[in-house]
Design a protein around this ligand. Structure first.
Ligand SMILES: NC(=O)C1=CN([C@@H]2O[C@H](COP(=O)(O)OP(=O)(O)OC[C@H]3O[C@@H](n4cnc5c(N)ncnc54)[C@H](O)[C@@H]3O)[C@@H](O)[C@H]2O)C=CC1
Ligand SMILES: O=C(O)CCC(=O)C(=O)O
Length: 421
C-alpha cells in the first residue's frame, strides 16, 4: 500500500466533516486536490560571487470563494506536499472566517538564517520574478509565514510593482506600514486567538489567573505571551528551535524578548531570572492550564499527547496536533481550539489590509481591533455552538462550518464550471 501523504493526513478532517453534513460527493471530490501547484528553481548570486539555487513553490488550492490567499514560508524542510497541505488549511480557514478568499500557500526550501540580508532580499525578489504570473491582487495574494516577515513582504511587493509597471500594494499583505501595510497586522494572529479564548473563557472553564506554556517564540508565540501576560496570566514555559525554558513562578518576558532581539534562543536566558532549561519536547507536558503550540506542524503527536496537562490547547501554529493526538486529547477531555479558527486573526487582518489597499483609505488601530474581535467572536461562537449541538470536537465543528460555506459556493458556480473545464 502506498504511504499516506501529508495532504492525505489533512484530508482526514475533510472526511470527518463530510460525515456530519449532507454535501454532494462532487464537492468533496473537488476539495481533495489542489487546483495548481507551481514549482520553480530560484537561482541567486551569493555575496561571495557564487551562485546558489533553491526550490520554491506556490500552491493555489481552491479559488471557489475568491482569490487564493496564504503566506510564504522560508524553511529548510519545506516541500511541495507541505505547501499543498498548508494551502488546503488556508482554504478552510478563509471559509471559517467568511473571508472572500480561497486558499493558497508558498514556500522556499531554505534556511534564511544562513543568508545575509542582501542574499535574503535577492531570494525574495527572485521568488516574485518566478511567480509573478501566478500571484496578483485578484488572483493570489501572499503574506508572511514561518521565517518571513514584513521586511520580506516589502521587498516582494516592490518587485511585483516593478514587474507590472505600477504600484500594486494589494498583491501582498503583511507589508511595512510605509508601503501600505495595515496597523494591527503584526500581532493579529496572536490577538485573534486571544480574543477567542477571552470570549469562550466561561465555556472553557478558564476562570482566574492561568498558567501558559508556549511552543515557538516567533511572531505568534511572542505576541500571545505579551497579550496574556498583559491580563495577568503567568507564562511558565516557552521554546524555540534552540530549546525550551521553564519557571513555575513565571518567566521574565522582558529577558526573553531581549534574548530574541539579540538573535539568541530563549535558552540563552537559562540559569538567570529563575529560568531553567528543559528539553524542547518536555514543554508539551509541563504543568499549565493552556498550551499554545506556535511553531510547526505535528509537534503534538501520539507519543507525547498523553503527557499534556493543559485543559486547553490553543493552536496558533498550523497543524500542530496530529489526527491521532487529537483522539488522545479528546479522550482526556482536553479541548483543542483548532488552527483554522484559532490562528485566523492573521489572515483576517490581512484581508483588512487588502481592503484598505483597494480603497486607498486607511483605518485606525481601534477600528482594526474592533473588526477583528467581532469576527473572531462571531465565528468562534458559531463553531462552539455547533460543537455542543452535534457533540463533536471544535475542530470537526470548524470543518463542518467551513465545508457548508465551501459547498454552497461550489454549487453556486454550477457543476459544469468545476468539473468539465
Ligand atoms: N505569522 C502569521 O501571520 C501566521 C502564522 N501562523 C502559523 O504560526 C506558526 C508560527 O509562525 P510565526 O510565528 O509566524 O513564525 P516565526 O518564524 O515568526 O516563528 C517560528 C518560531 O517557531 C520556532 N520553532 C521552529 N522549530 C521549532 C521547534 N522544533 N520547536 C520549538 N520551536 C520551534 C522558531 O524558533 C520560532 O521561534 C506557524 O505554524 C505558522 O504557519 C498561522 C497563521 C498566521
Ligand atoms: O495573512 C495571510 O494572508 C495568511 C497567513 C497564513 O499564511 C496563515 O494563516 O497560515
Amino acid at each position: 500500500m502506498p504511504e499516506e501523504s501529508l495532504l492525505d493526513s489533512a484530508l482526514v478532517r475533510l472526511d470527518e466533516a463530510a460525515r456530519h453534513l449532507n454535501v454532494d460527493a462532487d464537492v468533496i471530490e473537488k476539495l481533495k486536490y489542489p487546483r495548481e501547484t507551481t514549482k520553480a528553481r530560484l537561482m541567486i548570486r551569493m555575496d561571495d560571487g557564487s551562485r546558489k539555487s533553491f526550490l520554491a513553490w506556490r500552491c493555489r488550492y481552491d479559488d471557489t470563494r475568491g482569490p487564493t490567499k496564504g503566506g510564504i514560508r522560508f524553511h529548510p524542510d519545506a516541500t511541495a506536499e507541505e505547501v499543498e497541505m498548508l494551502a488546503f488549511w488556508m482554504t478552510f480557514k478563509c471559509a471559517v472566517m467568511n473571508l472572500p478568499y480561497g486558499g493558497g500557500k508558498g514556500a522556499v526550501q531554505v534556511d534564511p538564517r544562513q543568508l545575509s540580508k542582501a542574499e535574503l532580499e535577492r531570494l525574495s525578489r527572485s521568488y516574485i520574478q518566478a511567480f509573478s504570473r501566478i500571484i496578483g491582487p485578484d488572483r493570489d495574494i501572499p503574506a508572511p509565514d514561518v521565517y518571513t516577515n514584513s521586511m520580506i513582504m516589502g521587498w516582494m511587493a516592490d518587485e511585483y510593482s516593478q514587474i507590472v509597471g505600477q504600484g500594486s500594494p494589494a498583491v501582498i499583505t503583511g507589508k511595512p506600514l510605509a508601503l501600505g501595510g495595515s496597523v494591527g497586522r503584526g500581532d493579529a494572529t496572536a490577538r485573534g486567538g486571544y480574543y477567542l479564548v477571552r470570549h469562550l473563557a466561561e465555556e472553557l472553564g478558564l476562570a482566574g489567573k492561568l498558567r501558559i506554556a508556549i511552543q515557538g517564540f516567533g511572531n505568534a508565540g511572542q505576541y500571545i505571551a505579551s497579550l496574556l501576560a498583559g491580563d495577568g496570566h503567568t507564562i511558565v514555559a516557552v521554546s524555540d528551535s534552540g530549546g525550551a525554558v521553564h519557571a513555575a513562578e513565571g518567566l521574565d518576558l522582558d529577558a526573553l524578548m531581549a534574548a530574541k532581539n539579540d538573535g539568541h534562543s530563549v535558552v540563552h536566558t537559562a540559569g538567570r531570572h529563575g529560568h531553567q532549561a528543559i528539553a524542547a519536547d518536555e514543554l508539551v507536558g509541563v504543568e499549565c492550564d493552556v498550551l499554545v503550540p506556535a511553531a510547526l506542524e505535528n509537534m503534538i503527536h501520539k507519543h507525547n499527547a498523553h503527557t499534556v496537562k493543559a485543559r486547553l490547547v490553543l493552536e496558533l501554529a498550523n497543524g500542530p496536533v496530529t489526527p491521532e493526538a487529537d483522539g488522545i486529547l479528546a479522550d482526556r477531555n482536553v479541548v483543542v481550539l483548532p488552527d483554522i479558527l484559532a490562528n485566523a486573526g492573521g489572515v483576517t487582518v490581512s484581508y483588512f489590509e487588502w481592503v484598505q489597499n483597494k480603497q486607498g483609505y486607511y483605518w485606525g488601530l481601534e477600528e482594526i481591533h474592533t473588526k477583528l474581535r467581532t469576527i473572531m467572536e462571531r465565528e468562534g461562537r458559531a463553531i462552539w455552538q455547533l460543537s455542543v449541538d452535534r457533540g463533536v470536537t471544535p475542530r470537526t465543528a470548524a470543518y463542518v462550518h467551513a465545508l457548508s460555506r465551501l459547498a454552497e459556493a461550489i454549487e453556486a458556480h454550477g457543476t459544469q464550471s468545476y468539473f468539465d473545464s
